[in-house]
Design a protein around this ligand. Structure first.
Ligand code: ADP
Ligand code: MG
Length: 320
């Protein structure tokens, strides 16, 4: 691509700062990183394709922001501290205004999470963004999907269903008032990875996952990996005002139960950790809600207040 090196320097080298965990960053043939002694490396990669993972008209700032946010969310789901990331960018054209805003969205979230951009690759083709993020975790301390036990509490951070409601607003399937619309679209386009919560909860959580495909689908991965089941209380699901009002008035909880893209953490913890979880939650900027418990019977049962079962038709978004 013409002007490739100038492009990399202007948009991906200068706006980003490097931590002292970077020995050699952007500009050589490969990066050299310093992993602290006693820590394990945690690696995740995600690809966003225009028209598949985001509508083509999404703002370049939001595309930049979300392409790193989803990988930071994967690191959070393992209770790993964000350290480094690489960016493989396929661009249809060298559009400086697009690149500048994309770079701003990306550096905005990189800066706030303290992760360093250490390299990447730039090619021409249909718009595709691939981010590989790496984090560190003390030896043996990564929180896996497989660690849940019978009677563990099931928790979720933040609120559920906001991104699905935001998508309904963007696609004009439903409208709230303008402030609520803006909040929900923000939750869809600029999700907040729950990094701090995950690091604080590392020693309490028995199993953890981030909610990208919907509560039932992602909690489903925990109970499958742990070969158990779960019982949830519909009235304990944390809902923002608009989602709550919609769910109650339509008797439809498919956004919070099956909507994807919230990037909240779903985790389990033993009953003995309740006080510790509450103490950690009290110091976070978002709620941490107990929504049910792990049981031995396979599957997820969602109960309404009279103890009867809430039946769900769809269980999350699947690509294939
Ligand atoms: P090579 O020919 O060795 O693959 P490149 O020309 O692809 O080198 O990249 C030159 C340098 O710029 C490397 O350090 C690479 O990691 C970095 N780089 C390339 N594209 C990007 C990008 N989109 N974001 C960040 N760093 C990049
Ligand atoms: Mg290259």
């Amino acid at each position: 691509m013409a002007g490739e090196f100038e492009l990399i320097r202007e948009y991906f080298q200068c706006p980003f700062s490097e931590g002292d965990n970077v020995a050699v960053g952007i500009g050589d043939d490969a990066a050299v990183s310093q992993l602290p002694i006693g820590q394990q490396l945690v690696t995740t990669v995600d690809t966003l394709v225009s028209g598949v993972h985001f509508p083509p008209e999404t703002s370049p700032f939001d595309i930049g922001y979300k392409s790193l946010a989803v990988s930071l969310s994967d690191l959070a789901a393992m209770a790993a501290k964000p350290e480094w990331f690489t960016l493989a960018l396929t661009l249809p054209e060298n559009d400086s205004s697009w690149l500048q805003q994309f770079s701003r969205g990306l550096s905005d979230i990189a800066q706030s999470s303290g992760i360093s951009l250490i390299g990447g690759d730039t090619t021409r083709g249909p718009l595709t963004i691939s981010v590989q993020a790496m984090g560190s975790v003390p030896q043996g301390k990564a929180v896996l999907r497989s660690g849940a036990s019978v009677d563990d509490d099931v928790y979720v951070t933040g609120s559920l269903g906001d991104a699905a409601a935001g998508l309904a607003v963007v696609q004009q399937r439903h409208q709230f008032d303008s402030a609520e619309n803006a909040y929900l679209i923000g939750r869809l386009n600029r999700p907040t990875p729950r990094t701090l919560a995950s690091l604080e909860l590392r020693d309490q959580a028995s199993a953890m996952i981030d909610c990208s495909d919907g509560l039932l689908a992602d909690l489903g991965h925990i109970i499958e990996a742990s070969t158990l089941g779960a019982q949830l209380r519909l009235s304990d699901l944390p809902l923002s005002a608009g989602v709550k009002q919609f769910a109650a008035s339509h008797s439809d909880y498919s956004w919070p139960l099956a909507g994807g893209d919230d990037y909240e953490l779903i985790f389990t913890a033993p009953v003995s950790a309740r006080m510790a979880v509450q103490a950690i939650a009290a110091n976070l900027a978002h709620p941490v809600s107990c929504i049910g418990k792990i049981v031995s019977q396979a599957g997820i049962r969602v109960e309404v207040d009279d103890g009867s079962e809430y039946l769900i038709s769809s269980s999350g978004f699947q690509h294939f």
